[in-house]
Ligand binder design. Sequence first.
Ligand code: NAD
Length: 372
Amino acid sequence: MKIGCPKEIKPQEFRVGMTPNAAQEAVARGHEVIIETGAGQGSGFDNADYVAAGARIVDTAAEVFATADMIVKVKEPQAGERKMLREGQLLFTYLHLAPDPDQTHDLLASGCTAIAYETVTDANGGLPLLAPMSEVAGRLAPQVGSWTLQKANGGRGVLMGGVPGVGPAKVVVIGGGVVGTHAAKIAAGMGADVTVLDRSLPRLRYLDDVFGGTFKNQYSTAGATAELIQSADMVIGAVLIPGAAAPKLVTRAQLSTMKPGAVLVDVAIDQGGCFETSKATTHAEPIYDVDGIMHYCVANMPGAVARTSTIALGNATMPFMLALADKGWKQACQDDPHLMAGLNVHAGQLTYYAVGKALGIDVVSPNVVIKA
Ligand SMILES: NC(=O)c1ccc[n+]([C@@H]2O[C@H](COP(=O)([O-])OP(=O)(O)OC[C@H]3O[C@@H](n4cnc5c(N)ncnc54)[C@H](O)[C@@H]3O)[C@@H](O)[C@H]2O)c1
C-alpha cells in the first residue's frame, strides 16, 4: 500500500502522523511511505530521518494526497485537505465529527473511507488512541502547575516537594481516570502531598490497591471538594463524563475560600472545564488570574511536548496502521472489532451512530458496509 503523511496545517499543531520508526516498519513490510517535506520538523524529525527509514519525501501535500492509498495524520483534515481526498482513499486520523458538520459533509462527499482515532476501542472498554494524549496531559499538569505556583508567575511561591523542615505543596486531583492518575503520580513524584477524588468506587479501589502508598484518594462529593480545596496549593481538574460537558465542580464563590495564589489546572477544559471560572487558553498565554487564584486552561496541552506526544501517539496508532496497510481496511476491520469501532465514514455513508445522532444524518451499520 502507498501510505502518505502530510505536514499538519492546523494552527499550533506540531505533531506528525507518522514517526520515522513507524515508517521503517511499514517499509519493511513492503509498503511505500510518502512524507511531505518538513512534516516531522515540529516534532524534531528531519527529512533525513524519514529517508533513512526508507520513506520518500515529496514537496507538497497535494502530491501526498494524490499518490497515497492511505493518509495518516494527527488532526482532522482541514477544508483544503478535504478537497484533496478522493473516492476509495483511506483516512486514518483524529476526526471528532460530532460537533463538526462541515467536515462530516465534506468527508461524505469525498467518497473516502475514514477511520477516527478517537472511536477505536480496546478490550477493557477504553479508547487506546486517546489514552496516550491523556497520559501526556496528565503528566504535564503538575509540571505546568508547579511553574504557575512560582511567585513571579502569580502563584503562592510554594515548592512542590518542600525542603527538609518545610512541608510539601498540597495537590488535589479531581477525577482519577487516565489524566488524573498520571497527574497524581507525577505530583507525588515531585514530593507533593496528593489526594485524588473520584466518583467511581471501582476506580478508587484500583487507585488504593496500586497507589495506596503514593497518594491518597477520597470519594468525590461537593462537600469533600469544598473542604480539600481550602488547604490546596494546586487543584487539577481531570473529570470526564463521556459524551457530556464537564460538570462545574468548583464555583467562583469558592475561590475566596482558597489560599491566595493557589493554582487551578483545568485539563478538562476541552470538555468545557470543571471550574466555573475556566476559559480555554493557549500555549502563548496559558495562565490568568481570577480573584487571586491562578488558572491554567490550555485545551491542547500535548502540543507543548510535541515530540513526546508524536512518539506516544505513533506507538498507539502503529499496529492499527500496519493492519490497515497489510490487509486493507475491510479485512483489518473484519478481523478486529475494536478497529471497526473507528469506522466513521465509508463511500458517502456515515457509519458511526453518535455522530449521526448529533448531526441528524442517517447512519448505516459498519457491519453492512463491510459486507457490501
Ligand atoms: N487539555 C488537554 O489537552 C487534554 C488532553 C487530554 C485529555 N483531556 C481531557 O481530560 C479529561 C479527563 O480525561 P481522561 O482520559 O482522564 O478520562 P477518564 O474517563 O479516564 O477519567 C475521568 C474520570 O473522571 C471521573 N469523574 C466523573 N465525574 C466525576 C466527579 N464528579 N468527581 C470526580 N471524578 C469524576 C470518572 O469516574 C473517571 O474516573 C477529559 O475531559 C479529556 O478530554 C484534555
